[in-house]
Design a binder for this molecule. Structure first.
Ligand SMILES: Cc1cc2nc3c(=O)[nH]c(=O)nc-3n(C[C@H](O)[C@H](O)[C@H](O)COP(=O)(O)OP(=O)(O)OC[C@H]3O[C@@H](n4cnc5c(N)ncnc54)[C@H](O)[C@@H]3O)c2cc1C
Length: 466
């Protein structure tokens, strides 16, 4: 049924005290509205049951970020734009900052709030796995006072929470004790921004003396609530990262998650993707550790930071293939360490134009071939060969199938197919290619860009090793 604006009443009392008094006086009658990005969708679909709305948008008590010695306190009314721009959030809680970058487009990031994401309680919400792995705590407020609880106990079932009718989420507290951890986030959707996740991961890990000293993994869209994989963590903790551990991690993940079939995906697909995401995280943690042990690329970086502009551009260009990307990376010098390089690269890559993206795509040979359309630098050719090692070893039938699928892709999208081939078998790549042939042009461009972002990350790590 269509909604009629005159059926609704909205007030904006302007202070936290006044809002909680209103909620207490008529429990269940007034519904808080923050940025309205979820509620407007419900309204447009005729599914917004509450008729009386109380605005909490821009309440000063909910819109600040306090940095204390032991924790950072984020007001529930902070928007994704607030989170993206906050220096301590970006440095110490990069998984929150990445989720903020991925949540919808710019307009949505200017309105959508972290409190709204939490209370809307979608199992697919992007920021919630990050809150789980950082051990977030929530401060809830009502006329009865405040109560503080672990975020992990907030969701009690599909779209069910422990929030009372007269309560608001006031603050999200993040303990500042994860600085030595490797952070990893990834969203698998039709594309990164503006799409609800099919599966997303936020994970932290630390290796000591070659074994997983601590690991914290959470997934979205694999259960009725955002899920911390405590059993999988338990199974892998204390062990070295090798092929046996990756197998164990995939099995433990499949046993722990509870995905469903819905319009966005299937149980089978989500289970496979969840296992891949956990294995990918562990692989990345392992290579980050190896890179840190060999000096984290500090020598290469120190030299590059001092090179003249032209030489610095030529040195870094093979990692990406886009000259605009190389130019902007050079403009961001000096970069202090590997994580600063990767963060600068991600930010730069996402803000390039489509033609810059296409320039980078064209620096690769077709998957299964060795020559690119344009002549890339020798280093890029060598890396492409390493990345496609498994495909080069494939049998003749698989190579023919891949060549045919490549041609179909190019006819459909008018450009080369891009996939992060490192560690993937020919059959896996063929499956991905065939799935992506069903995309519309916009969704496919964004998926290709995400694959290229991963290729750049892997190449940057290699480049820093010298
Ligand atoms: C185009 C578009 C793209 C999107 N893309 C993504 C995406 O990629 N990833 C993703 O995770 N989400 C996405 N979303 C969903 C949405 O933007 C987020 O969930 C957002 O964080 C909701 O915040 P809000 O302030 O707009 O909430 P509102 O719509 O104002 O409120 C949502 C719910 O939370 C309650 N609420 C809000 N704040 C509080 C509070 N402080 N205390 C108690 N209750 C509260 C409201 O009563 C309501 O029930 C998208 C939405 C749109 C429209």
């Amino acid at each position: 049924m269509r909604s009629n604006p005159s059926d609704y009443e909205m007030v904006a009392p302007g202070s936290l005290d006044a809002v909680v008094s209103l909620l207490a006086n008529e429990p269940g009658v007034w519904l808080p509205i923050a940025g309205g990005t979820d509620m407007m969708v419900q309204y447009a679909a005729g599914k917004l049951a509450a008729r009386k709305l109380v605005s909490i948008w821009n309440l000063p008590e909910l819109r600040r970020i306090e940095v204390a010695a032991g924790e950072i306190r984020i007001g529930a009314g902070c928007t994704y734009t607030d989170l993206r721009g906050h220096e301590v959030v970006g440095r110490e809680f990069p998984l929150v900052a990445s989720a903020a970058r991925w949540t919808g487009g710019v307009a949505n990031q200017n309105r959508g709030t972290i409190g709204g994401n939490i209370v809307n309680a979608s199992p697919a919400a992007d920021s919630l796995p990050a809150l789980l792995v950082y051990d977030a705590e929530l401060i809830l407020v009502s006329v009865r006072g405040q109560r503080r609880l672990p975020y992990a106990s907030f969701h009690v079932g599909y779209k069910k929470t422990v929030l009372a009718q007269d309560e608001l989420v006031q603050t999200v507290c993040l303990p500042r004790r994860f600085s030595g951890y490797f952070n990893h986030a990834r969203k698998v959707g039709a594309r990164n921004a503006q799409a609800i996740s099919k599966v997303c991961i936020a994970a932290l890990g630390r290796l000591e003396n070659g074994v997983l000293e601590d690991v914290r993994i959470a997934l979205g869209s694999v259960a009725p609530v955002p899920l911390r994989l405590t059993e999988t963590e338990q199974a892998v903790r204390g062990k070295p990262i090798d092929s046996d551990l990756l197998l164990l991690a995939r099995r433990a993940t499949a046993a722990e998650i509870r995905p469903i079939d819905d319009i966005r995906s299937t149980v089978r697909y989500r289970t496979a993707v969840a296992g891949n995401l956990v294995a990918e995280f562990l692989n990345r943690l392992n290579s980050a550790q190896k890179s840190a042990e060999s000096g984290g690329g500090k020598d290469v970086l120190a030299r590059w930071n001092r090179l003249p502009v032209d030489e610095a551009m030529s040195a870094i260009l093979p990692c990406c293939g886009s000259s605009a990307w190389a130019q902007r990376m050079v403009a961001r010098r000096p970069l202090g360490d590997e994580s600063a390089v990767l963060a600068a690269s991600d930010e730069t890559w996402r803000n390039l134009t489509r033609s810059d993206w296409i320039e980078a795509f064209n620096s690769h040979p077709r998957i299964g071939e060795s020559r690119a359309a344009h002549s890339p630098p020798a280093q890029s050719v060598e890396w492409s060969a390493q990345e496609q090692r498994n495909v080069a070893d494939a049998d003749a039938a698989a190579k023919v199938a891949l060549a045919n699928a490549n041609r179909e892709y190019e006819r459909r999208f008018n450009r080369i197919f891009i996939v992060c081939a490192t560690g993937k078998s020919t059959l896996e790549i063929l499956g991905i290619l065939r799935r992506r042939l069903k995309h519309n042009a916009e969704a496919e461009l964004h998926e290709a860009a995400e694959e290229q972002r991963q290729i750049i990350e892997i190449r940057l790590r290699k480049w820093l090793q010298g």
